[in-house]
Structures are given as C-alpha cells and as structure tokens.
Design a protein around this ligand. Structure first.
Ligand code: GAP
Length: 486
C-alpha cells in the first residue's frame, strides 16, 4: 500500500512535468479540487472522449448524440429532485472546522485499518455504514464514528457535530443584479439535458424505442472532501447515455448495458481483473436498480462508472413540472395484436466520468522500469504505456543529425503523416535522450532518420513498450502506424 501511495505521488508529479495535468490557477496557489489539462492531457482526454462517442453514436445505430447547455431552467432541478435530494450527509469537526462526507470519513478510516491488517474490522465497519446509510439513520452513523473513535485528519480529535445534509449544487445568478435576477444552477449531471430534449430528439430523429441519447460535457458538484487528485473534482466531465426502453424491459437492458460497458472498458486496455461490479445498497431517489463499475485505483477499488435503471421517474417529473405531455407512441404490436400505444419510456443510464477514466488509463500506463544492460550496469526509464489508439502523440520523427539532408527527409515524412495522426518532430539532443522523453509522454512509435536512409530509404522504428528497434522502409511508416492505432 505504501508503495502504491508513493507510485501515485510519482504519477501526479509526472502528469505535471510532462504537460498532462496542472493545478488550476497554480500561480495563485491553485483552487482545491479543480485541475487544468495541459497539452498532452487535453489530447489524451479528447482521444478517450472520441472513443466513447464513436462507440455510442457510430457503432450503435440506435443511439444519437447531443450537446445541451450547462445552464438550464431552474425548474429542471426542482423536477429532477436535485434541489431537494442532491445532498450528502456531512459531519464537521468542531476543532478544525473541516467538513467531511460521512461515507468518505468512514471509508478513509476503513482503508487505514486495512493497511494495518485489521481486515475484519474494516469490512464490518463498511457493512454497518452501508446499512445505516440505506436506512437514513444519521444518529446511527454518528454513533459509528464516535464508537470507532474516528479522528479528523487535521485536528486529530473526535470532537464532531451531528450529521447533517448539504446540497452539492453550485448556484449563480442569471440576469443583471439591478434587474430581476434568478438563481440558476450549474448542472450536477449532464443527464437532465437529455431528458428535457427527449421529445425534440425522438421526433426530429424519428427514433423508435429502444433508442439512446448520448452526451459528453462538464458537470459541477460542490464536493466537500475533494482529494485523490482528479478522482473527485468540483468541475469534471461526464459521458452519459440515456437508453429509452419499453416499461417492463428495463432489467433486460440494464443487464445488457452492464455487460456492454465492462467490455468497452476492456477494449481500452483495462485488464478484466482490475474491473468489478458493485451493486448499490442505497438506491438514488430515481432508481430501481443501480451498480458501479469499479476500478482498482492506486488508492483502492472505487467507482469509475454508474449504470442506473432510472425507471420513468425523470420524464414523468418533467412532464408534471412543465405541464407538457412527454410520452412515446409505440405502434409495434403486443401479444394481442394491438399497438402498445402511449407510455412514458423507462430509462437505463450509463454514466462514466471522463476524468476518472483518464486517471484509470494513466495509473495503468505509468511504469517505472529498471533492467541490467549487457555490460552489467543498470538502466531505467519511466514510460507511459498508453494504448496506441488513444496516445496523445502517435509518432515521433527524429533525424539523427541536424545536417546532411536528414532534417529534410524527416520533414517530408512529417508532412505526409500529420494529416492522418499526431506526430512530433525533434532534432535536439542525443537519440537516447529523445527516446526517453517520448517514453515519458507515452509516444508509441519513434522513427529515426540516419545516413543509411539516404542510401536505401529505410528508417529505424522503435517500439515504446518493448524498446525493440527494427529497420523498415520509409514508405511503410505511415501504414504501419495507421494499422496500430485503429
Ligand atoms: N447521471 C448519473 C450520475 O451523475 P453519478 O454516479 O453521480 O451518476 C456518474 O456520477 C459518474 O460521474 C461517476 O461514476 C464518476 O465517474 C463521475 N463523477 C461523479 N462525481 C465526480 C467528481 N466529483 N469528480 C469526478 N468525477 C465524478
């Protein structure tokens, strides 16, 4: 565990050093739980998002994508239940004034117990917590914290307030202060933008049930305990898909998407043994079944994606609050040979955090390698083994020298390849140093142009993961890279 924690700290430093992730407004000492993606991070994030978008909207012919606004009419959040229910039970430490989400506080304590070998205590504690939260028994939660003498990480005391609920939505004003202004919310999930557009999309796209609407975009939550780097942020990105189905078929589709989404994560190179399902004990106000797809992060098993059977809750609520009929006419025939008729569709949702998936990919990719060379000395490197199809830069083009016509050949290769994929050109420093830099940003292929290239039109291609080098024809470079990045 200590080793994993060290590795995690190294990964965070690496993300900064190689242009993946910076603390937001760092020159002003940063803003807690808000991060910026640098030149490599933004590209990796886009590549992951593109994979998701393609898998949803291109590979499924009954799913379409939209891009709804972040600001929505405030009644949306009343209808969805977020104004009244989107809160977490919190507890404050009276000495440090630090506020904790109770589940995070207890989970943190359970992790500490696990680390010192108290597995049974940790498991019992989490089981009791799940049962108490499912029963909304906040007095019981307070007793659990008191009885286990769980301490504040800052004051190191057990001087706690009662457990209370706090809403997680950020609010702001729309309109000028001097005129009438209204409180609106920054969306805490992208899903509601899909629900309010259900009829628009269904009618204009002539969509037939079952069908899905997909969306990626920013969401905002005033997370109280925001730690573990980009795992829990106040501003983050979701990739959500609402799948509209005939009532009564929701469990069939829930099981379909449960399997489908796990397969998709595996297609991104996440090993099957690093992913597991976790069924929810306490269901959200809108769900009749829910589970998390968890990944084994460097700090333990945590939620990566949620699959929720949301019933007809959201569409019915929007129908009631907007006073507009939101129904679907199903003219397929039932067993009696009659059309199914009008109904409010049921919804199965898949919702994955793009930033969490980014962290998943990075924690799997980050590798610290040491080996013994032929002469008996040790060598080492830090390499990001990001799958080639999502790596920010696919190919580094490296003329061995800055002279003798080598840069010209390299530039020509660059011009040929760059319309098809991201390339990086570098002629400075020794070749070994340049390879190490490409390893550190995760570039899967490097091509070196040397004097032999001038004689026989061949180049050296070096593979990042194996460090194997081979001689191939200059004219094969583009095709080879294209084959490996699909
Ligand atoms: N529409 C359903 C929904 O929003 P959720 O389980 O609250 O469900 C879905 O969130 C996903 O969004 C999570 O599985 C997680 O990957 C991501 N997510 C939620 N809160 C987050 C946060 N504060 N920071 C980063 N990602 C977050």
């Amino acid at each position: 565990m200590a080793n994993e924690a060290n590795n995690f700290q190294e990964l965070i430093s690496h993300c900064k050093e190689y242009g993946y992730i910076f603390q937001s407004s760092e020159i002003y000492d940063g803003l807690a739980a808000v991060y910026d993606y640098g030149q490599n991070g933004a590209q990796l994030k886009k590549n992951i998002r593109d994979q998701w978008w393609k898998s949803m909207t291109q590979l499924h012919d009954n799913i379409v994508g939209i891009d709804a606004a972040i600001f929505m009419h405030p009644t949306t959040w009343k209808a969805s239940g977020h104004v009244d229910h989107f809160s977490d039970p919190m507890i404050d430490n009276k000495d440090s004034n630090k506020r904790y989400r109770v589940d995070h506080l207890i989970e943190g304590f359970a992790d500490e117990q696990l680390a010192v070998g108290n597995k049974q205590l940790a498991e019992d504690l989490l089981a009791s917590m799940d049962a108490l939260l499912a029963a909304n028994d906040y007095a019981g939660i307070k007793n659990l914290i008191d009885n286990n003498k769980i301490k504040c990480t800052i004051s190191k005391t057990c001087n706690w307030t009662e457990v209370r609920e706090f809403n997680l939505m950020f609010s702001t004003q729309i309109g000028s202060i001097t005129e009438d202004s209204d409180t609106i919310y920054l969306r805490p999930e992208t899903a509601q933008g899909i629900f309010v557009n259900f009829l628009n999309v269904q009618k204009t796209g002539r969509m037939k049930i079952p069908f899905g609407i997909a969306q990626t975009g920013k969401a905002f939550r005033n997370e109280i305990v925001a730690r573990q780097f980009i795992f829990r942020m106040r501003e983050f990105e979701q990739m959500e898909m609402q799948f509209f189905v005939r009532p009564g078929t929701q469990m069939e589709w829930y099981n379909f998407w449960k399997a489908e989404r796990k397969k998709w994560h595996e297609s991104l190179g996440i090993p099957a043994e690093k992913i597991r399902y976790h069924d929810h004990v306490k269901l959200a106000h809108y769900a009749d079944a829910a589970l998390d797809i968890e990944f084994e992060f460097p700090f333990g098993w945590k939620e990566l994606e949620g699959i929720h059977s949301r019933t007809d809750f959201d569409l019915k609520q929007h129908q009631e609050f907007s006073k507009k009929k939101i129904q679907y006419f199903d003219n397929d025939l039932n067993e009696d040979g009659k059309p199914f008729g009008n109904y409010t569709p049921y919804v199965v949702e898949t919702s994955v955090g793009l930033d969490r998936l980014f962290l998943t990919i990075m924690s799997l990719a980050y590798t610290n390698e040491t080996w013994t060379k032929e002469d008996g000395t040790q060598d080492s490197r830090v390499v990001l083994k990001i799958p080639a199809k999502i790596a920010p830069t696919k190919l580094a083009i490296l003329p061995l020298l800055k002279k003798d016509g080598l840069p010209e050949i390299a530039r020509e290769l660059m011009n040929d390849c760059k319309p098809s994929f991201h390339c990086f050109y570098e002629e400075k420093d020794a070749i070994g140093k340049r390879y190490r830099r490409m390893d550190a940003i995760g570039t899967p292929f490097c091509v070196t142009i040397d004097h032999q290239t001038k004689e026989d039109n061949t180049v050296t291609i070096r593979y990042r993961d194996t460090m194997i080098q081979e001689r191939i024809s200059l004219s094969d470079v583009k095709r080879l890279v294209l084959e490996k990045i699909v």
